[in-house]
Ligand binder design. Structure first.
Ligand code: GLN
Length: 199
């Protein structure tokens, strides 16, 4: 099989996600074609989407301005998977607690921006993740906190008793940056095991 992966590329760490999804696909013997999305009309061709970190206010403004936001919403209502990381999680949430972020409501959660400290407070943690047999090297950069989640939201990972990885149906959200390490397991978890795109 081959899959088309769309990386929302209006702003943020795009090439890292492109590399990570290619590695995750290779681990499953899947050929992945990566499309970088900067305007409307591409999302409908994608089997899976990556919503990177960056600055959530900017990402939100650009995806709405370019007509990409409603296409992402349709992708998820069609049951297709998304991995949303850091600022991507903020944009994907139901409520970001900040009027400058027009959230997509893909994940039934309330988040709080920059809740783990400022840029200089970035840190890395070996994180147990549900579904992975060994801890994941998680990089946190001005990460959001997940304050509240709806009844259907699954907890994937916690750091110091605080949720930092969640799944709502086809959408996985992480407060950390799984694309910034060479470890493809989080991308595999979000897209291949489950949901299995080949089924
Ligand atoms: N602090 C950023 C925001 O609120 C997110 C940081 C990140 O994606 N690394 O948008």
């Amino acid at each position: 099989m081959s899959f088309t992966a769309g990386v929302i590329a209006v702003q943020g760490d795009v090439s890292e996600h492109a590399d990570a999804i290619e590695r995750a696909g290779a681990a499953h013997d899947e050929r992945i074609e990566v499309r970088e999305i900067r305007s409307d009309g591409v999302v409908p061709d994608c089997d899976l989407l990556l919503l990177p970190g960056g600055e959530s206010t900017t990402i939100s403004r650009l995806i709405h301005g370019e007509g990409i936001a409603s296409e992402i919403e349709t992708h998820v209502s069609d049951g297709k998977p998304v991995l949303a990381t850091c600022a991507g999680l903020i944009v994907a949430a139901a409520d970001a607690g900040d009027d400058r972020v027009d959230t997509l409501g893909l994940i039934d959660a309330t988040v709080e921006r920059n809740a783990f400290g400022r840029q200089r407070d970035s840190f890395e943690a070996e994180l147990p993740v549900a579904g992975l047999d060994a801890p994941f090297p998680a990089v946190f950069i001005r990460a959001p906190a997940i304050r509240e989640t709806g009844a259907d939201v699954e907890l994937l990972a916690e750091w110091n008793g605080r949720p930092v990885g969640i799944r709502d149906g086809p959408v996985v959200g992480t407060a950390f940056h799984p694309e910034l390490t060479a470890d493809p397991r989080l991308h595999r978890l979000a897209f291949f095991e489950p949901p299995n795109l080949t089924q």
